[in-house]
Write a protein that binds this ligand. Structure first.
Ligand code: ARG
Length: 449
């Protein structure tokens, strides 16, 4: 009979049992369930709700259940969820005394506690993974950042930049993801244990003590909120979705850059795969999978936010569905961050396209005239006219002579030709956050800190 079976005559239909059990997902947080029970029973002993010996016996029993689970015990579906599985197994080890563990507790605050413990630990793992990928990008910038590439807008060549400038743009987005992890963690780090079903309990429990035993920074103040709130999960999964969008943008570029058309990079063997029919292939499956998995995580956010909308207070069984979304989103995001770190760690930068005379340098001509006092709008128009002239003559900017320039505008001097050097163009952009190498070095220091 189920632990809740007292008021029932018949057991649940087999289909209902299979439909309602959550053990597959719950098994990912059995350690947290036991940790919560250990804290609870310790507090029960301390406040005198059970004797010190009873508390010790239950704790010992819980460590046996832990050993069973460690050794591979898989609870059957009739046990419904991890909370009932652990308690039932505890009964097998210590007998009727196991029934005292659930004093002043409900599965509602228990599951809320387990999930917060689980999530808090995974946020720390995600933060480590993000730190690693940011470090890998910084290493790549230090090694290969001084590679000239076009910076794009609309995927059209815009202005020349150092590759390091481009890579650091991604590193900053991931640095903000770390800020988001830290922010979500503050709200996850509160203990719901002791809320019981939703109304609290008549027993003299000490919620601050269980919070302390589990290392929570605070207690969730309202018992109904403690069992019903899922906004911390929504926040965590939103944060994962944002990170996955960042990784997906990075992935798209890794895929493009490793194509023959770009040919800027070569992904390491360890992160590439071949084709079963085309022997020459070297496919960027790692970033492609990351790009694909971003859809899953965005989907998890959608699932979670939709399932909680319109739920009446307090606990509803709908909430059991929260973990499939949360666990999958966290697992997927952590794995993807780590895979992208691997890609950056192992890739080779082959170089960018030749930018000598490229139209990506046209802004230099306009900026040159602006420095000579020509209003920028006029300078822009003159430079645009020179591009048109080049197109008509079938030449690049490098094909223009000083006479051509001077014919377009008398403010051009011989110096203007030197301005068309791509590297000089990049190094001139030394405004704060610009692509000049000094600015890249300044950002590297900030990101490393
Ligand atoms: N397995 C349940 C869940 O995951 C535990 C809470 C059950 N509470 C209840 N009132 N049926 O949400």
């Amino acid at each position: 009979m189920a632990l809740w079976g007292g008021r029932f005559e018949g057991g649940p239909n087999a289909e209902m049992q299979a439909f309602s059990e959550s053990l597959d997902t719950d098994m990912l947080m059995w350690r947290e369930d036991i940790a919560g029970s250990v804290a609870h029973v310790t507090m029960l002993g301390e406040v005198g709700l059970i004797t010190a010996e009873e508390a010790e016996t239950i704790r010992l029993g819980l460590s046996k259940v832990e050993a069973d689970l460690d050794a591979g015990w898989v609870p059957g579906p009739e046990l419904e969820d991890i909370h009932m599985a652990v308690e039932t197994k505890l009964g097998e080890h210590i007998g009727a005394l196991a029934g005292k563990l659930h004093t002043a507790r409900s599965r509602n605050d228990q599951v809320a506690t387990d999930v917060r413990l689980w999530l808090r630990a995974r946020l720390d793992v995600l933060d480590e993974a993000l730190t690693r990928v940011i470090g890998a990008i910084c290493d790549r910038v230090e090694a290969d950042g001084k590679t000239l590439v076009p910076g794009f807008t609309h995927l059209q060549r815009g202005q020349p930049i150092w590759l390091g400038h481009h890579l650091l743009a991604h590193a900053w987005s991931l640095a903000r993801d770390r800020e988001r992890v830290a922010d979500v963690r503050k709200r996850v780090d509160r203990s719901p244990l002791g809320a019981a079903a939703m109304a609290g309990t008549p027993h003299p429990i000490d919620r601050a003590r269980t919070a302390e035993l589990m290392g929570f920074g605070a207690v969730v103040e309202n018992a109904m909120d403690a069992v019903a709130a899922r906004d911390h999960l929504i926040e965590a999964v939103s944060m994962c979705a944002i990170t996955m969008v960042h990784l997906s943008r990075i992935s798209e570029e890794l895929v493009m850059w490793s194509s023959r058309e770009f040919d800027w990079i070569r992904l390491g063997d360890a992160w590439s795969t071949g084709s079963s029919i085309m022997p020459q292939k070297r496919n960027p499956d790692a970033p492609e999978l990351v790009r694909g998995k971003s859809g899953r995580v965005v989907g998890a956010l959608n699932a979670l936010i939709t399932m909680t909308k319109g739920l009446p207070m307090a606990y509803n069984r709908d909430l059991q569905e929260d973990r499939t979304a949360l666990f999958d989103a966290m697992h997927t995001t952590i794995a993807c961050v780590s895979v992208i770190a691997g890609c950056f760690e192992s890739m080779t930068v082959k170089g960018g396209p030749d930018l000598k005379g490229d139209f990506a340098l046209t802004t230099e001509l306009a900026d040159f005239l602006a420095i000579k006092g020509v209003p920028f709008r006029e300078a822009h128009h003159v430079a645009g006219g020179l591009v048109k002239q080049c197109e008509d003559r079938g030449i690049s900017l490098a094909g223009l002579s000083l006479d051509d320039l001077r014919a377009a505008h008398p403010a051009f001097t011989a110096e203007a030709i030197a301005w068309l050097d791509p590297q000089a163009a990049v190094e001139r952009r030394c405004s704060r956050g610009g692509t000049a190498w000094v600015e890249i070095e300044r950002q590297l220091v900030l990101l490393r800190a």
